[in-house]
Design a protein around this ligand. Structure first.
Ligand code: PRX
Length: 684
């Protein structure tokens, strides 16, 4: 119904070499069809919320200014970004060319320019706001530690010197497996300072996942902590590093630097060093390494629809510009703001809007080590009141979980410091949006629903809150200099209102990924393989409403979004298949009230199914996946079945499994199933 499926299919069949396109296209049709119900329920939400007059009057970017930015970008896309880069970044040597597209789709922004990200985040503020708080850190057990810009600068310089003393320099990869806290930011900034390339791995990932990432990046150094307190529990980090490096694994790693956050850990004599032993005695001056704008600032591994996670590589100049200006536009930054982004530094949001964006803009931010429900469900609200947070940025999954606990909890705290709220990572349902707006924002705070990805580096589609009305569930309009379109299977723009299509970006933008680490071909194929070198395919479905506002419909590939975390179905399937009692597995997402999506696995076992059920294999497999990949990948449910539904050509019928998982009435043809009795087993 959303695409002219058969017409397009016959057209495609007449073209040479279309097998691949057709496969993707078939998946897209099935996905969009399956999501039609969700789309329609969301699209019934027509309420609009205009910013208050007070907000508009004080806005950093008002409607007139926003229009001027858009006009400039429309008239001269490259010139617009060049002007932003000159104004908002400090360059050691100014770039010669704003955009070199001679190697498209490997776009090179600001070539000839020399820059250092750490200098831009720290040094350039020292004269004017050295004594201003940069980070207010609250630990799991509610201790508060403050870092001024001068103090942060000092510690970054000392760690930079320590890394240099270990022989780490420009271009070397350093894996960070650190808890949420200032040391993670200091480590990222120190790497940037000396031109080393950091690759942060979220502390919730397993030793095996860590090992894959270390090996793919060829890291020389791992920076970790003994352990981290989280929600009153001790999360063992160093143990996972030891396991990843055991039995000859991660051969590129020479040293492990351990920040002692808790009670210590066993140390490997030749390999491990304590941060506290090495760093504090270092000199406090560390000359920044001036690097080309295109020099990799970091790698961040993220899931795709196939194979292992890919190392998304970001450049220094273009990335930093995106993180810096989007904060000004979307978060309406002003002197005196206290910004709190709750994302962990192991995700892209924690890079752009914790480690780089807030510091590049010289504002004060809050960092939090713990979880929103410890010691109780008032933690976030208590912290907002205590630290007078003015801008709060979190994920819909957290909002939904806290909404469940009732209005009384936030009502016990003075949330009047808040003036702007934000969300990221997954679609927000109108109910959660309205609760966030009314109960947390007191009806006065605009909500910026920001769409972007690990690959885009910075926010792409989001409201500029003082310049436009907002709607629950829509991320509204592309930001200045970001060219978005929604196209059909032929790449033709969808003009019909309310009709879904593929979300694409039609012009390069500075904070776009440079490549996939070590795999240029996969980069070109994944993002530009569909419609040519100038059209980036995001992997999301989207549609526009009658006002031209964008509504994100979710992934159109086999990528799951569990609590705002991206996971490939293939990764979970391979983890399951590695279990000795598993013959075959298929994994799908199913709607979940809090997580957005939950993991449902269908598993064909080796040997007797009844016996496997009696021995509790389902539970064992849930634990197995968590151990293989990390707790975030633990399936909600494993169903043991005698066979998986397949097409005549042997492909697993994922759409059928998704419908079964969602408890929907089946519209698919099941006559091709080898054994129709399996349907009952699949239904659980
Ligand atoms: O499906 C979209 C969803 O999250 C995906 C990107 O995931 P990741 O690279 O982990 O980055 C998440 C944080 C930037 C997208 O392809 N997504 C992200 N933001 C939104 C969203 N879906 C709907 N609305 C959003 N605001």
């Amino acid at each position: 119904p959303l695409l002219d499926y058969y017409g397009a299919q016959s057209k495609l069949f007449t073209m040479p070499g279309v097998g691949h396109v057709l496969t993707i296209f078939n998946q897209l049709c099935a996905e969009l069809d399956a999501r039609k119900h969700d789309i329609q329920s969301v699209m019934h939400e027509t309420r609009r919320f205009a910013p208050s007059e007070a907000f508009v009057v004080a806005a950093a970017v008002d409607a007139e200014r926003l229009q001027a930015l858009h006009r400039h970008a429309a008239e001269d896309h490259v010139g617009f970004w060049a002007a932003q880069a000159r104004t908002h970044l400090t360059w050691q040597r100014m770039f010669d060319h704003a955009l070199d597209d001679s190697r498209a789709p490997h776009y090179q922004w600001f070539s000839g320019g020399l820059i250092n990200a750490s200098y831009n985040c720290l040094d350039r503020h020292l004269d004017t706001r050295g004594e201003q708080v940069a980070i207010t850190f609250e630990t799991d057990d509610a201790q508060v530690i403050r870092y001024t810009y001068a103090e942060l600068h000092r510690q970054v310089c000392q760690l930079g010197n320590a890394l240099r003393s270990l022989g780490i320099g420009k271009g070397d990869r350093v894996v960070l497996y650190l808890p949420m806290g200032p040391q993670a930011v200091i480590a990222m900034q120190a790497c940037a300072r000396i031109g080393a390339v950091h690759s942060a791995v979220f502390g919730g990932f397993s030793a095996d996942s860590l090992k894959d990432r270390i090996e793919d990046a060829g890291a020389r150094l791992v920076i970790t902590a003994d352990a981290a307190p989280r929600g009153g529990k001790r999360v063992d980090l160093k143990g996972a590093v030891d396991k990843a490096l055991s039995n000859g694994g991660c051969a590129s790693v020479e040293r492990v630097l351990v920040y002692q956050r808790m009670d210590g850990c066993p140390m490997h004599p030749q390999r491990d060093l304590r941060w506290q032993d090495l760093v504090p005695s270092q000199p406090t001056h560390c000359e920044p390494e001036w690097v080309d704008a295109g020099h990799p600032l970091f790698l961040l591994y993220t899931s795709g629809s196939t194979g292992k996670p890919k190392g998304v590589q970001h450049s220094t100049g273009g990335y930093l510009l995106g993180a810096t200006v989007t904060m000004q536009w979307v978060f309406d930054l002003k002197p005196g703001d206290v910004f709190w982004c709750t994302a962990d530094v192991g995700w892209i949001t924690g890079h752009s809007y914790v480690a780089y964006g807030p510091l590049a803009n010289g504002i004060e931010q809050v960092m939090f080590e713990g979880v929103p429900t410890y010691p109780d469900g008032e933690r976030f609200w208590r912290m907002i009141a205590a630290h007078k947070v003015s801008i709060f940025y979190t994920a819909p999954t957290a909002i939904r979980a806290l909404m469940r606990l009732g209005d009384e909890l936030p009502a016990r705290h003075d949330l009047s410091s808040l003036r702007l709220l934000g969300t990221v990572g997954e679609p927000i349902n109108p109910e959660a949006w309205l609760w966030y707006h009314r109960v947390i924002g007191g009806g006065r705070c605009p909500i910026v629903d920001t769409w972007w990805q690990t690959e885009t580096g910075a926010m792409m589609i989001a409201p500029v809150p003082g310049a436009m009305p907002i709607k629950p569930g829509s991320c509204t309009r592309p930001l200045p200099g970001i060219c978005i379109d929604i196209v059909d299977e032929d790449g033709v723009p969808v003009t019909q209102i309310g009709r879904g299509g593929l979300l694409v970006v039609t012009k390069p933008w500075p904070s776009m990924l440079s490549t996939i680490w070590g795999n240029d071909a996969r980069y070109a194929e994944t993002y530009f393989g569909r419609f040519g070198n100038s059209v980036y395919v995001a992997g999301d479905g989207a549609q526009r409403d009658e006002d031209g506002d964008v509504w994100i419909l979710g992934r159109i590939d086999d990528v799951l979004n569990v609590s705002g975390h991206r996971l490939g179905t293939m990764e979970v399937e391979s983890a399951l298949a590695a279990h000795p009692r598993v013959a075959e597995a298929a994994v799908v997402g199913r709607p979940h009230d809090i997580k957005g999506e939950a993991i449902l696995a269908f598993v064909v076992v080796r040997g007797e199914r009844e016996h496997a059920i009696a021995s509790g294999l389902q539970r064992e497999l849930c634990g197995w996946v968590a151990e293989q990949l990390g707790a975030i990948a633990r399936p909600d449910e494993v169903r043991l079945v005698d066979g998986l539904p397949k097409t005549r050509s042997g492909k697993i019928m994922r759409r059928l499994l998704r419908s079964i998982g969602a408890g929907q009435h089946l519209t698919q043809d099941t006559s091709t199933l080898e054994n129709p009795a399996i349907l009952d087993q699949l239904r659980g």
